[in-house]
Design a protein around this ligand. Structure first.
Ligand SMILES: Cc1cc2nc3c(=O)[nH]c(=O)nc-3n(C[C@H](O)[C@H](O)[C@H](O)COP(=O)(O)OP(=O)(O)OC[C@H]3O[C@@H](n4cnc5c(N)ncnc54)[C@H](O)[C@@H]3O)c2cc1C
Length: 417
């Protein structure tokens, strides 16, 4: 039986928001791009996230305030953080690296790198939205962080001081001011912080599909396929699909989200990528009138008003790629949301789980294989993949084409581990 062999210029493996953004940036400058995905355009983690352009979220997760909350969070089986006991042995090396990322020196370096990437992220999204005609999907209402005690509020202040060093500010509010920002809140909230630089989009999957239409209009192509093998052969890259088809590409970008390390391993790059599984429920738009994204730092979840519904969720489950979803987590957050917004109608929701692709220092990989210069990497954006996808697309385009880079990408190297 003969097997068809296709020749392509640039193959992007993964049609999540990161792969799509890279496809758009490359197609815009005339590059011939084929995006390969086993599902479709923005059908996995990029479909159901909380829709935030979290440009002010520059603190690495392993910051001191967060580590202090871990024992309390782990004690609640449906709380903001869970680790299934059976998965713990596999997770220990990642957890050790995560803990080390919280040391002062490592933390400061990650903070500076993240702040630089976020600045570029904001510029690049503004520019990509203008070019792709998606500006009407942007919401610039800011976000409201809510605290249930003065102690909780005071514990958050050092993280605000850290952000202020990078020009990111919040407006701290007393109890009496909260209703002006969100009517109908429970009385339990005593303090809040309004974050004006925080933006959201009307629906993350709609935005991803619109960016794809823009890329497609510039010549990008989609190929449905599950990539089993990536191997450099004589200056090109062989891509073998599980369905039996074989392709040869001049250049490859691996942007396969939480599954990327399975492909980089074939190229000799062992990358400590884990997944922070997250859960939510999307209620009908009419469930409650939420003015802007509401965040509950003590509970690890957010409420986002979308054009397509009211999305309630977050949380982190460090449980790997194959375990079945436990939607009791979505329901636990919905229960809390009902207490936080007493008028909320919790009926008619759609439950979802997604796989955040996470590296222990909270920075993505934006770089490539050391041995094979025509193989590039873009994954591991954790909680911030939507926010950082346009900047990543820009950086990957420039790296692939040998253009000057707008920032130093050494902190995002695949070889840093
Ligand atoms: C609950 C939750 C809330 C979040 N909220 C936000 C937020 O508000 N703001 C924000 O910026 N980020 C948020 N995130 C994070 C964000 O969703 C992710 O960082 C982002 O979606 C990752 O995009 P990606 O393109 O890297 O991966 P994905 O969207 O997972 O895409 C990877 C693609 O690769 C494909 N793939 C994998 N392996 C193969 C293979 N071998 N062959 C072919 N195809 C393959 C998959 O099918 C998939 O389509 C949230 C995440 C969760 C879970």
């Amino acid at each position: 039986m003969s097997v068809a062999v296709d020749e392509i210029d640039i193959a992007i493996i993964g049609a999540g928001i990161v792969g799509i953004a890279a496809a758009a940036y490359l197609a815009e400058v005339g590059q011939k791009v084929t995006v390969i995905d086993r599902t479709g355009i923005c059908e996995e983690t990029s479909s159901g996230n909380a829709a935030a352009f979290a440009f002010s979220d520059v603190l690495p997760l392993a910051h001191k305030g967060m580590i202090g909350n871990v024992p309390k969070w782990l004690a609640d089986p449906l709380g903001p953080l869970s680790i299934p006991p059976a998965y713990l042995p596999r997770l220990l090396p990642w957890l050790y690296r995560f803990w080390r990322a919280g040391s002062s020196a490592n933390y400061e370096a990650s903070l500076a790198a993240q702040a630089g990437l976020m600045k570029l992220a904001e510029q690049e999204w503004a520019s990509l939205m203008a070019r792709s005609g998606t500006g009407s999907m942007l919401r610039e209402d800011g976000a409201l962080e809510l605290y249930e005690s003065d102690d909780e509020f005071r514990a958050a202040l050092p993280s605000w001081e850290a952000r202020e060093r990078f020009g990111i500010s919040g407006r701290h509010l007393g109890k009496a001011e909260l209703a002006g920002y969100q009517p109908g809140l429970s009385d339990r909230f005593t303090r809040g912080t309004f974050v004006p630089g925080w933006k959201t989009v009307s629906d993350p999957q709609d935005l991803g599909k619109a960016i794809w239409r823009h890329a497609e209009g510039m010549g990008a192509r989609f190929l449905k396929g599950d990539v089993a093998l990536v191997r450099p052969v004589d200056g090109r890259v062989l891509i073998q699909l599980k369905q039996g088809r074989t392709l040869f590409a001049q250049k490859v970008l691996i942007a396969a989200g939480a599954w990327s390390h399975k492909l980089t391993r074939q190229l000799g790059d062992i990358i400590p990528l884990e997944t922070e599984r997250g859960y939510n429920t999307t209620l009908p738009v009419t469930a409650f009138e939420v003015k802007r994204q509401l965040t509950f730092p003590g509970h690890g979840f957010v409420i986002t008003p979308l054009s397509t519904g009211l999305r309630i969720g977050g949380a982190v489950e460090l449980g790997g790629l194959t375990r079945r979803p436990d939607y009791a987590r979505s329901r636990a957050m919905l229960e809390k949301a009902k207490k936080f917004l007493p008028g909320l109608d919790p009926s008619g929701g759609r439950e979802w789980m997604g796989f955040r692709p996470s590296l222990p220092d909270s920075l993505p990989v934006i770089g490539g294989s050391q041995q094979h210069p025509n193989i590039h990497y873009a994954f591991g954006h954790g909680h911030l993949g939507l926010t950082q996808s346009a900047a990543t697309g820009r950086l990957i385009r420039d790296r692939m084409l040998g253009n000057p880079l707008p920032l130093d990408i050494a902190p995002f190297s695949a070889q840093r581990f």
